[in-house]
Design a protein around this ligand. Sequence first.
Ligand SMILES: Cc1cccc(-c2n[nH]cc2-c2ccc(F)c(-c3ccc(S(=O)(=O)CCO)cc3)c2)n1
Length: 240
Amino acid sequence: AIQHRLWPEVDRLVKQQVAMARMGIGECGTGWQLFAEDGEMKMYRREEEVDGMVVDPLKAVHVVKGITGHEVCDYFFNPKYRYDWETTLEHMTVLETISDDTLVFLQTHKRIWPASQRDVVFWSHMRKLPNDQDRDGPDIWTVVNNSTESPEHPANVGKCVRIYLTVCLLCQTRVHPPKDGAPITRNNVSCKITYCSVVNPGGWAPASVLRAVYKREYPKFLKRFTSYVINQTKNKPLMF
Ligand SMILES: Cc1cccc(-c2n[nH]cc2-c2ccc(F)c(-c3ccc(S(=O)(=O)CCO)cc3)c2)n1
């Protein structure tokens, strides 16, 4: 197949991000603090600053019953659903459809007082990975979003400050077969979701404000997104 211009970067980043997401929090280096917990959802962050700006890496792990990794990644990747679950989204445009599993987005998000409004340009790639730990287990699915340049949409021209992010959503489906050999239903599946993100806010924003926003917004985002997928799939056939 003809490789597209972003393929080398996409392939390198997917491999790097998936390897990191699959590591337990203990193997991801030191300094991770558990900052939010709600049932099966655990959120960790590391306090990191680059040029005096907060870029705190985040790692969230959540186990959700009744949905599969393919379903979670499809609702996260596909632009037609985004306005349904991304509550801070003000505007979203698909700048480029590079292939059926690689898109380039421009998004503007609602302003968080007192910081300026943010926008972001990123490529988004969805991929199925072999489950090399459990050969006959279900496949692993991932979506990686990574900031990229767009000559048509240069950074910091309008009112928005351009942010830079790398996000990895890694989904591992688990099947708990019923004893009596009955067909698999949604009661027999769960999905372990790992969401990793590193966000550089672009222009300066007060560390205390950014950390307060992250502490509030990330748990809200993951709970809302997973509830959305549960509701969208509950009367649909399982998609592995
Ligand atoms: C979940 C979350 C965490 C931290 C901040 C906020 C937030 N609150 N008000 C505005 C934003 C905001 C500003 C700029 C952004 F690029 C994103 C942003 C967040 C997530 C992603 S994604 O790639 O995970 C999902 C696609 O939208 C992309 C952009 C979110 N939301």
